[in-house]
Design a protein around this ligand. Sequence first.
Ligand SMILES: [Zn+2]
Length: 76
Amino acid sequence: MIVPQPCARCGNEIPAERIEALPETMVCVACSKEMGGEFTVVTSAEKTSKEGSLKKNYGGYSARKIRKPIKPKGSE
Ligand SMILES: [Zn+2]
């Protein structure tokens, strides 16, 4: 069972449906919009072979989600 949590930014309750859809969330929908999204996605190329190696590089890209700092509403 999902328990609604208070928003880390404004203190309003985050609806259970939002937590269910996005378990990592710490802010409500309104705050997420005001912040321009709760997370920043950073992609970086992965190096798997050494320089000069004859091995083919099968490296791909890795994406990391970084949570933006959450400041209390009104202090920004
Ligand atoms: Zn909020």
